[in-house]
Design a protein around this ligand. Structure first.
Ligand code: FES
Length: 173
């Protein structure tokens, strides 16, 4: 995940999730509860709040990083970067769900032995769900260690996760 950049242009990573986040920032930036609303939106889009995402929000809302960090860590509803070495963020938004995200979710949970929202006991894999990652045309979509993967099949998801299980030192792409 990369941070920074001009919010009026496409994010340098080409990651559509930042477009969704920018929309939320524009919508809420003049409201008194902008920070909480934007962090909430960021978590729904990315699945969790990584530090560089908090920096992005702080810059966009022109707030000191200490305020953003303080709010993100104070409220239990916010999830900071998960403990797992690898992250599998599955989009469970409507378009992805209709195209089979539910089957992928079930298969990946079975393979890892934990539910979405949890991390495997060896801290190797965290499973997270997001509401829409802005690539509905590619549904079903998952973000696999920061790489957006579209048209995901159950088998493809299983292969990627299985690779992590057997080679936890390597990062699958
Ligand atoms: S619903 Fe999954 S990318 Fe939009």
């Amino acid at each position: 995940m990369k941070s920074g950049g001009n919010r009026t242009k496409e994010h340098p990573s080409g990651d559509n999730r930042f477009k969704l986040l920018d929309r939320s920032i524009t919508k809420h930036q003049s409201s008194g509860s902008a920070l909480i609303e934007v962090l909430h939106a960021a978590q729904e889009i990315f699945g969790y709040l990584e530090e560089d995402l908090l920096v992005y929000v702080a810059r966009a809302l022109r707030l000191p990083m200490s305020s953003v960090w303080g709010v993100a860590t104070f409220y239990h509803l916010f999830r900071l970067k998960p403990k797992g070495k690898h992250t599998f963020v599955l989009c469970t938004g409507t378009a992805c769900y209709v195209k089979g995200a539910g089957e992928i979710q079930h298969a990946v949970e079975k393979l890892c032995g934990v539910k979405f929202g949890e991390t495997t006991p060896d801290q190797n894999i965290s499973l997270i769900s997001a509401r829409c990652v802005g690539s509905c045309g590619l549904a079903p979509v998952a973000v696999v260690d920061d790489a957006v993967v579209g048209k995901l099949t159950v088998t493809d998801a299983q292969v990627r996760v299985d690779q992590w299980k057997h080679q936890p030192e390597e990062i699958a792409q």
